[in-house]
Design a protein around this ligand. Sequence first.
Ligand code: ASP
Ligand code: MG
Length: 456
Amino acid sequence: MIVLKFGGTSVQGPEMIDRALDIAVSRMDRAPVLVSSAMAKVTDALVKATQTAVSGDGAGAAKAAHDIIGRHITVAKDFLSGKNLEDAIGKIEDMRRALLALLKGLALLRECSARSSDAVLAFGELLSTTLIAARAKQRGYKAEFVDSRVFMRTDDGFSSAAPDMKAIAGLAKQKLKPKPGKLIVCQGFIGSTEEGVTTTLGRGGSDYSATIIGAALRAEAVEIWTDVSGILTTDPRLIPGAATIPRMSYAGAAELAYFGAKVMHPSSIQPAVEKGIPVWVKNTKAPEEPGTVLIPVAEGTGPRAIAFKKNITLINVVSSRMLNAYGFLSRMFAVFEKHKTPVDLIATSEVSVSMTVESSASLREIVRDLQEFAGVEVSKNQAILCLVGKNLWEERGFFVRVFSALEGIPLKMISLGASKINLSLALAEEHCDQAVKLLHREFFEQAATQPQDSPR
Ligand code: ASP
Ligand code: MG
């Protein structure tokens, strides 16, 4: 069987839902399970409706609910007719009543627990999948709507509930019986506790739902259908010629995720990683494009992508006390822990440590605390540039190519990942774009003309 997950923009209206269905039914012989997000912006609208209710504005919250429901009714009327339309409208009207009642309760109490919020947010996915399943039937396909809460068992950590993989594996086998010729339609993002209370996996959780289902049913593949054609060699806003990376390891994708390659969040593919299930990232608007497949181990060697992040602060800590001493690093990191600031890149020598941090909210306090035991230098407006690939420094001439391409650009720090999948550099923000262009040219634009293994 195969899992196909469609994001909000991929199901945002009748035309997109039809595209999504075209894709899903083209995999009918592979026993497809379609997992959908709420239509674009619906979850945000539900969050707002909740806030409006909590502020005591019951009428405003009700209006927001009517708007959300109205959007789905419009789509239903656009592409359904006869009994399919009647059934769908019936279900949507039931949801309208339930949603209005919930919001009214929140407005009266002027309070919303995470548990209540999950109950409200779940309507987004329930509404979108009601339309998708109805439309599939309208088009003559054998389709089955399944409420994911019957198998997506979670703990009661409302708003970011943790799935109970073992229970889900059992329940999914009972409740979802994928088979060729039938399309199963279910919701991402939502789940339920053992007692049957609605939960959510956290914002953006539908990808996670898809890989959980894939792992539970041992899918041959999970396909994430979104609005980009996979993961690119670099940011196309900077380099219009950036190309899609055809195959990449899970680990490489995780490195890129930090840099805002927002395509896949590492934690959301973890269930697929554990079972070695390939995860495809594909474009609903251009399904013929191959996209990117994430696999356990990438083939070959060499760089696959260049990522970068600006607005970074570089902190240098220097202390002669570090020499031959122990405990220094732990004391230093305790400062970052105290101020809840993640440290991203690190390079150390015997007497100095260079680090980068992203958020400088508590920078002043961090510096003050560090200065109690070491000299501290801070440079703002820095950038991190990262080459991600496979066995980078096993590739002959790799470092020579990197540093000769970057000749003339002052680098502040170099950090090699122990897994040989990334080389990260810190440099002044003003040099970042140029450095990315030079490296992209060196590794991705002339690759065909440059003999990769000739000594240089
Ligand atoms: N609809 C949810 C959200 O917007 C979940 C998802 O789209 O993945 O956060
Ligand atoms: Mg989303």
